[in-house]
Design a protein around this ligand. Structure first.
Ligand code: HEC
Ligand code: HEC
Ligand code: HEC
Length: 401
């Protein structure tokens, strides 16, 4: 990122003030849309692509969007760019897969897309050819996307909801538009389109993006607007710590959003209706064999940090009692965190993040299942038991185990 910032400074220095405003505004649009989150590969040059995304249909490579003329967007016009962002169509009629969240970006107004384009043109051009198509048949046939686009037309901009405040509508715009929160938090149909119940939680390749509506206790209905702002700014609050893909969203995007925008997101999320999926679950009795085995394992492995009462330690160890991540119908994220460990976001407001150790080497599938079943059903928590088979499936997909 440093080199990128430097290149930007140099190019801004020779640019008139109005253009500088446009570029600065475009830079913020790139933060809102988290372009770097996908288009900058880990350890790679900024925006030069190469990340391989796992999708339900297979692997998709993320292209180079630096202004390089041969391998990036150097030959594109602003109109080409607008069409890709709105309709998912690149020059030459190439249909983009919705792994690029253009159905959400379609809500961005022309002025913001123009600013984003002005900003992208100031990026350092990087020669980096990305092999575009790794999908298995039949999904590798881009022409199929014509049918997809026909079934799922992109929204025509963003329409504010009358009767809601300007702040609520700004939040609605950010969440459903550039922030594309539903790309992970909304369940998909088998064709990869959003299901109706927005933001009620979804699996993504071994993680579970939880319900983030105003539902209690499995949504974020028990979080204050301040709690939501703190989490999006730092990856932490008194209720939870971000892990996995959400860490990247916080680092690349939400931690750099303006406070007023984070607050607008919080106001909108808290007002979203609960999904019908997460019905109240009966708490498992303490005498259940899995509960008894789990209690013992918790004592031996977890108590030192998360505490007997499951309350953790403010800003150091997240609570497990009442933590909505534990109450999701799917235990995928929990299983990942216990097997692999987790490191929360390193951001300006909380630069050093404590880590959760990995237990994959120490606990077998049955033990992890009992432990997770236990922490999902003590301290007032109640959620479905976890099976050894589901742990085995997630363990098999981890790298290096
Ligand atoms: C969730 C991951 C993701 C995010 C976030 C994302 N993109 Fe993409 N983008 C992709 C993928 C994947 C493709 C390639 C799709 C394909 O091959 O059909 C793509 C393609 C593109 C293309 C077409 C490039 C070409 O050569 O045809 C452009 C332009 C683009 N993205 C710009 C952006 C901008 C600007 C942002 C931020 C506002 C952004 N993307 C955010 C994943 C992402
Ligand atoms: C790349 C996928 C992805 C995107 C995009 C994404 N999230 Fe998340 N989010 C997750 C995952 C996975 C978790 C669970 C993290 C964990 O296990 O700690 C999560 C957790 C959260 C939580 C904490 C919920 C809880 O109960 O602990 C909030 C709040 C949240 N996301 C808000 C957002 C908002 C707002 C956006 C859009 C600006 C967003 N997310 C975009 C994947 C994503
Ligand atoms: C050395 C201290 C330590 C120990 C021991 C420990 N944890 Fe953690 N745990 C953490 C930290 C720190 C985090 C936050 C990591 C992050 O930022 O995502 C965490 C996160 C978690 C989370 C995710 C919470 C959330 O909000 O996303 C779960 C679930 C969890 N731990 C369960 C366990 C279990 C079960 C054990 C015992 C097998 C255990 N932990 C042992 C420190 C610890």
């Amino acid at each position: 990122m440093k080199r990128f910032a430097l290149a930007l400074l140099v190019s801004i220095a020779g640019t008139p003030a109005l253009a500088q405003d446009l570029i600065a505004s475009g830079r913020y649009q790139a933060v809102l849309g988290d372009c770097a989150g996908c288009h900058t590969a880990p350890g790679g040059e900024p925006l030069a692509g190469g990340t391989i995304l796992e999708t339900p249909f297979g692997k998709i490579a993320v292209p180079n969007i630096t202004p390089d003329r041969e391998t990036g967007l150097g030959r594109w016009s602003e109109a080409d760019f607008r069409r890709a962002m709105r309709e998912g169509i690149s020059p030459g009629g190439k249909r983009l897969y919705p792994a690029m969240p253009y159905p959400a970006y379609a809500r961005m107004p022309d002025a913001d897309i123009a600013a984003l384009w002005a900003y992208l043109k100031t990026a350092q051009p990087v020669r980096h050819a990305v092999e575009p198509n790794l999908l298995p048949f039949p999904y590798n046939i881009r022409a199929l996307m014509v049918g997809w686009n026909w079934l799922h037309p992109s929204p025509a901009g963003f329409t504010p909801v009358p009767g809601k405040t300007a702040e609520w509508n700004r939040g609605a715009y950010l969440v459903t538009g550039p922030g594309h929160c539903g790309a992970c938090h909304t369940a998909k149909t088998f064709l990869g389109a959003d299901r109706a119940a927005a933001l009620t939680g979804a699996s993504l390749q071994g993680w579970f993006a939880p319900e983030i509506t105003g539902a209690k206790p499995h949504g974020i209905g028990n979080w204050s607007a301040d709690d939501i702002v703190t989490y999006l700014k730092s990856g932490w609050n008194v209720h939870a710590a971000a892990a996995g893909p959400m860490v990247e969203v916080v680092e690349n995007s939400t931690s750099q959003m303006r406070d007023a925008d984070l607050r607008a997101i919080a106001v909108y999320l808290k007002d979203q209706p609960a999904g019908s999926g997460a019905q109240p679950v009966a708490k498992l009795p303490a005498a259940d064999p899995a509960m008894r085995a789990g209690t013992k394992l918790y004592q031996d492995n977890c108590v030192g940090c998360h505490g007997w009462d499951g309350k953790g330690e403010a800003q150091i160890f997240p609570p497990l009692a009442g933590n909505a991540i534990l109450l999701q119908p799917s235990a995928e994220s929990l299983t990942r965190v216990v097997l692999e460990g987790a490191q929360s976001a390193g951001t300006k407001s909380a630069p050093t993040a404590p880590a959760m150790p990995s237990f994959a080497w120490k606990l077998d599938d049955g033990e992890v299942a009992a432990l997770l079943t236990y922490i999902r059903n003590d301290w007032g928590n109640a959620a479905a038991p976890v099976s050894a088979a589901s742990v085995a499936k997630i363990r098999a997909n981890l790298h290096g185990h």
